[in-house]
Design a protein around this ligand. Structure first.
Ligand code: BYC
Length: 313
């Protein structure tokens, strides 16, 4: 079939909301755009384990420790689904991981901030997983089949994550003066970086237009950020805390909250590798890859042996 015909079929599928599957013909740029986004999403999941992992050994009770362990393990699972979805587009796991380690591929800016107190674990669950859900619910309708299906599973787990974070903060918000202060301090530090998770403003987002046309993205960065602000501005009232933004105010005409300007200089600085923990995060991932070599080799040898045994039988 001529390329023009293949393109026509592809476009019709996009218009008719038929998912694009790994063996379907797709434009090379669509394949690349998905590899970029899905692999970066996978990297965010596994790098995102690090700030929270920092508190597993210091969780205040055994129950909190169990919950946090389960949550961090969930993030590893999300990484696994997403790396597998990336592989269906014709790149290997090694290539994708190499791009993370070399700094070529990005991961979410949010994970380059430190977790200083236990309240940060609450703030990550509530705000970071909260922002992730707003973004990922939209991605359950993305046009690439394996990505959309991975998102359905991930969203179910993320909603539990968000509730556990909110519950940590709710407990602190009802505690001693020091606990209340710790809760407010964590919200102050995580609020603006959470807003940055949605990416640059639409006018400064080079990928948005094409990704929206291909229905990889179904809502723009600014639309999703606004939904998040509207949701959190209400939830913070239940905590009896405040968001660190003097411009946050309900706008009756727009039926949305107005909010202040994000510090884009800080955002790009972190994205470019100069945030407070970028080096630490990448070093930890490189070390884990190096030290996990024998595990990967053992797993591959075991799989080979099993295959040979099955063949012989
Ligand atoms: N951080 O044209 P744009 C989680 C980059 S993990 C860093 O708007 P796009 C969790 C962008 O990549 C959930 N970089 O791009 C895990 C692009 O650079 P490249 C993470 C960012 O793709 C553990 C350039 O800026 N969620 O929940 O149209 C524990 C221009 O941007 C960021 C996802 O990964 C950023 N914040 O839109 C707890 C969601 N923003 O690639 C929780 C999937 C932008 O040209 N990804 N950049 O070098 C997406 O939805 C989209 O890729 C984005 C950006 C909305 C993030």
């Amino acid at each position: 079939m001529a390329v023009q015909d293949l393109e026509k079929i592809f476009q019709q599928k996009i218009e008719q909301e038929i998912k694009i599957e790994p063996k379907d013909w797709m434009p090379e740029a669509y394949r690349k755009a998905n590899i970029r986004q899905i692999s970066q999403h996978a990297h965010s999941e596994i790098v995102g384990m690090l700030p929270e992992g920092n508190w597993i050994s210091r969780a205040p009770t055994l129950k909190r420790k169990q919950i946090l362990l389960a949550k961090v393990q969930d993030e590893a699972g999300h990484g696994l689904y997403l790396y597998s979805a990336t592989e269906t587009l014709g790149v290997t796991r090694e290539e994708t991981i190499n791009d993370l380690h070399s700094g070529k591929a990005k991961y979410s800016s949010i994970f380059n901030y430190p977790t200083l107190t236990w309240a940060d674990i609450g703030a990550i669950g509530w705000l970071v997983d909260g922002a992730a859900i707003v973004n990922q619910v939209m991605l359950t309708r993305t046009s690439y089949g394996p990505y959309a299906r991975a998102m359905v599973r991930i969203c179910k787990e993320e909603s539990f994550h968000q509730r556990q974070g909110f519950e940590i903060l709710l407990t602190l918000s009802k505690g001693s003066k020091e606990q209340k202060e710790m809760c407010q301090d964590a919200i102050n530090r995580w609020w603006w970086p959470s807003l940055m998770m949605f990416g640059p403003n639409d006018k400064d987002s080079p990928h948005s237009e094409q990704s929206m046309k291909w229905k990889i993205k179904r809502k723009s960065n600014d639309e999703l950020r606004q939904s998040f602000v509207d949701m959190i501005a209400e939830q913070v009232k239940v905590l009896g805390m405040r968001l660190p933004d003097d411009h946050l105010k309900w706008n009756e005409e727009r039926k949305h909250y107005d909010f202040g300007e994000i510090d884009w200089k800080e955002f790009w600085n972190v994205v470019k590798g100069n945030g407070p923990c970028n080096k630490q995060r990448l070093d930890a991932r490189r070390k884990a890859w190096k030290e996990g070599k024998w595990v990967r080799e053992a797993a591959a040898a075991y799989a080979e042996k099993r295959k040979a045994r099955q063949k012989a039988a």
